[in-house]
Design a protein around this ligand. Structure first.
Ligand code: B12
Length: 492
């Protein structure tokens, strides 16, 4: 075999405003193994940098009114509207595809690697067809290929030579060699083709201390509005109980594993130098999953990278302070933490319990007050329409938000999503009557979702309070951000 086989990785993450971590983790070992790697990044070819949280104009509340409407008619329209939006939003970036077509025609790589979300189905289908025309193998991977039914569908897409389910950091070079040399696919757990029967993912990666430094040198740094370095100190979430959470079902989210603090600090030091930036985004599902890491970062950040600024997501839970007491939050602020995000979900204790959030309303309230007082920009995600949400729950959420309006910088509300593989899916399967009024119309494993109707949510009194909640969210999101947090707005 040619020692320097050429690999083309197409970054399907059209909109990110910082490099894609998965690609950095794949490129590093491939280069170390002697492959020639090229990354095709849409951003380098004119794709707009993503704004995850839009500027709050008069249009946002209007869009939210439609999106969150539980009017029985709107409930019927949600799925077709979502599908139309997804078709538009996830359409392939035309200039990148033109470039890819040229690459395949004139200067063809030996293999194409794709890292895809399930939302990227149309683009993956298109690339598979083009690659097949040119006889170029395609290896597909991504976070959501962990369900057997999902794997079964995707591995049969025309032009997809093989699909890898799992974390590929340590095996990627071997996988590519096997495909290029027609080796034995079955020798690799998690690797399958349309012809093989395997439908299971490789076990979660161990020995994370051996992870290489992600290689972001192919990303178009000059096109990012700010140079922000993504980092993950561990994989998974130590709580792992929330019923709705699909993060913990992904390739990298299954089971909690942490990296040694020294390795993380060394990564910060080296990446800051390589990419000439002191701004970091921690992509850990919950950065306080491992308190040694959380406190270690706070204690050592400034001596590791002087002038560092960083943002992170945490889990506020009922197990005491869990690293989020007022003193630690102040220390975190002093160490450069500018923005902190957490999943509030609801202001109702009963609903928090049903969701398995493992926290208390009073604890969330205290955290918000302490983080705000420490000078942090506090951002939270929350959910409307969890099955069984009552008028009383909605009223509690409305009152909670009103009470903390001045301390919350941004809220990102989401409609409840029923996702295969989650605890919710298992609970519903075992005892659907637990979710009275929730009608599941069918699972779509291809796209990792389900269509449903939530009948009690259509009640006029509930709808009125939901509108009041949306009004508070609008008022919060209209507020100007705390100064330093501006660089980091819309990044998570
Ligand atoms: C950070 C993040 C983002 C960032 C991405 C920033 C960036 N530049 O990287 C931002 C904020 C932009 C983002 C946006 C979105 N995201 Co996002 N995001 C994440 C998050 C929290 C972490 C991803 C990550 O870095 N993981 C760490 C890496 C190392 O793990 P990994 O991606 O799984 O990669 C490993 C393996 O999967 C495998 N692998 C991956 N690719 C390949 C390719 C090959 C060839 C091989 C062999 C192996 C392989 O090896 C990798 C190394 O171990 C995940 C949650 C999660 N648990 O994954 C959600 C997640 C990936 N996002 C998700 C979604 C849905 C979205 C959005 C659609 C949300 C929205 N509605 O706006 C948008 C879409 C953006 C777009 N247009 O493409 C879903 C995807 C699920 C799915 N359906 O496929 C996830 C899983 C969250 C969830 N539970 O729903 N996201």
């Amino acid at each position: 075999m040619k020692t320097a086989a050429r690999i083309l990785i197409v970054d399907l993450n059209n909109f990110a405003r910082y490099p894609t971590l998965a690609i950095g983790y794949l490129v590093a070992p491939l280069r170390a193994a002697g492959f020639q790697v090229q990354v095709l990044s849409p951003l380098a070819h004119g794709a707009p940098a993503m704004v995850h949280e839009q500027q709050e104009t008069w249009l946002e509340p209007l869009k939210r009114r439609l999106y969150f409407s539980t009017h029985p008619l709107m409930q019927r329209l949600h799925e077709p509207l979502r599908a139309a939006y997804a078709r538009y939003h996830f359409r392939a970036h035309a200039p990148t595809l033109t470039l890819l077509k040229e690459c395949l025609g004139q200067d063809a790589p030996d293999i194409i690697l794709l890292s895809a979300y399930l939302e990227h189905l149309p683009t993956v289908t298109w690339i598979g067809q083009q690659a097949r025309k040119h006889g170029i193998p395609v290896l597909l991977g991504g976070p959501a290929f962990t369900r057997p039914e999902t794997l079964q569908f995707w591995k049969q897409l025309p032009g997809i030579s093989a699909l890898f389910a799992g974390e590929a950091d340590f095996v990627i070079a071997g996988l590519v060699r096997t495909l290029l040399q027609d080796g034995d696919i079955r020798a690799w757990p998690g690797l399958s083709t349309a012809a093989t029967t395997s439908r299971s993912a490789a076990a979660p990666l161990q020995a994370l201390e051996q992870l290489p430094l992600p290689d972001f040198s192919d990303f178009p740094w000059e096109h990012y509005p700010h140079r922000i370095i993504p980092v993950m100190t561990g994989r998974g979430c130590s709580w792992n109980v929330c019923t709705f959470c699909s993060d913990v079902t992904t390739a990298n989210g299954r089971s909690f594993r942490s990296r040694p603090l020294e390795k993380v600090l060394e990564e910060l030091r080296q990446q800051a130098q390589r990419y000439q930036s002191r701004d970091f985004i921690f992509l850990d599902l919950k950065l306080n999953s491992d308190l040694a890491i959380w406190h270690g970062l706070i204690d050592h950040m400034q001596q590791t990278v002087a002038g560092a600024r960083w943002i992170a997501t945490v889990h506020v839970d009922g197990k005491g302070d869990n690293g989020l007491d007022a003193g630690t939050l102040q220390a975190a602020r002093a160490s450069g933490l500018t923005r902190i995000s957490f999943g509030l979900e609801t202001g109702s204790q009963a609903l928090l319990r049903r969701m398995g959030k493992g926290t208390r309303v009073a604890r969330n309230a205290q955290f918000i007050r302490d983080a705000h007082a420490a000078g942090l920009s506090v951002r939270c995600s929350m959910m409307l329409g969890y099955p069984g949400e009552t008028l009383t729950d909605l009223l509690a959420t409305r009152d909670f938000l009103r009470e903390h309006q001045q301390q919350l910088d941004r809220i990102r509300p989401a409609r409840f999503k029923a996702i295969p593989g989650t605890r919710f899916a298992r609970l519903h399967q075992h005892r659907p009557e637990r979710f009275a009024g929730f009608e599941l119309l069918g699972w779509d494993y291809r796209l990792g979702r389900a269509e449903y109707r939530n009948h009690p949510a259509g009640d006029p009194a509930c709808r009125r309070v939901r509108r009041e909640i949306l009004a508070v969210i609008h008022a919060i999101n209209r507020q100007p951000l705390r100064d330093e947090a501006r660089q980091f707005d819309g990044l998570m």
